[in-house]
Design a protein. Sequence first.
Length: 302
Amino acid sequence: MTTQATTTPVIARTRDELREARTHLTGQTAVVMTMGALHEGHATLIREARKDAEHVIVTIFLNPLQFGPKEDLSKYPRTFDSDLEICREHGVDLVFAPTPDVVYPDGDPGVRISAGPLGDVLEGQSRPGHFDGMLTVVAKLMHLTRGDAFYFGQKDAQQLLLIRRMVRDIDFPARVVSVPTVREEDGLAMSSRNTYLTDSDREVALCLSRALTAGAAAAIEGPSAVRRAARAVLVREPLALIDYLVLVHPTTLQDVPEWYRGEALLAVAGRMGTTRLIDNTPVVIGPGGGRREIFSETVEPV
Ligand code: AMP
């Protein structure tokens, strides 16, 4: 059993406090960016980060730029004390928890990172501007924290892809590490938004992960079998309002054609009551295929 450091992390709320605290972290430093309301998914990212780096910084910032006007920014769960406790239990060195005026001292930034066409599909179609806002804050937090490596969850597959693309396309000196989706025992992907679910919504929400499991089980037979198997689960749950169920190439996010064999992303989004949830699983289509935890590092375009 490994012993865990339980020193209370330094809390930085301003740029000056962050700069000062950062000068004491002299070794390799890994960063986990969050919007707070930490759960076991976030804790897993922190543990992975700790394995690889001498120091870990966790950022807690509810980024207004990535929420649409009709989205849940005002009711998003805020649980700073228990977030800090999780950070303490996991030996986090530094928590950067700024307010929006610290991150955006001049108000909404006129210059932003554009996600490009990959930001317009899937989640981007339901949430216009979301990925530009997300990439802008990720870029800023990369600069402010000056991390060597940044840990992100496979749970947000399109976000992860876009961050990788940003780092590659505009040459950020950063290493991006992906961590498999952490699930509840019954399969529901952990999410801060799960706290919105009523007991019956939560029961309905299980159709998302079940659809992914059913789809992945058909991966040997090819794309249409995957889509058919996943859809068959979703249609049995009329209370889930499905936004999309797709089987796409993991780097182009284009639907894979029927002849396609190799790595693909099976992704779903839907609304249970008033709560919108997303889930996905990497799958390999074709002989020896099936569910994967995570993609291999390099995936060639179709
Ligand atoms: P959030 O606080 O929801 O913005 O998430 C912060 C980070 O935690 C992102 O990189 C997410 O992909 C990751 N994350 C959230 N939920 C999970 C989960 N269930 N499993 C793995 N990573 C997760």
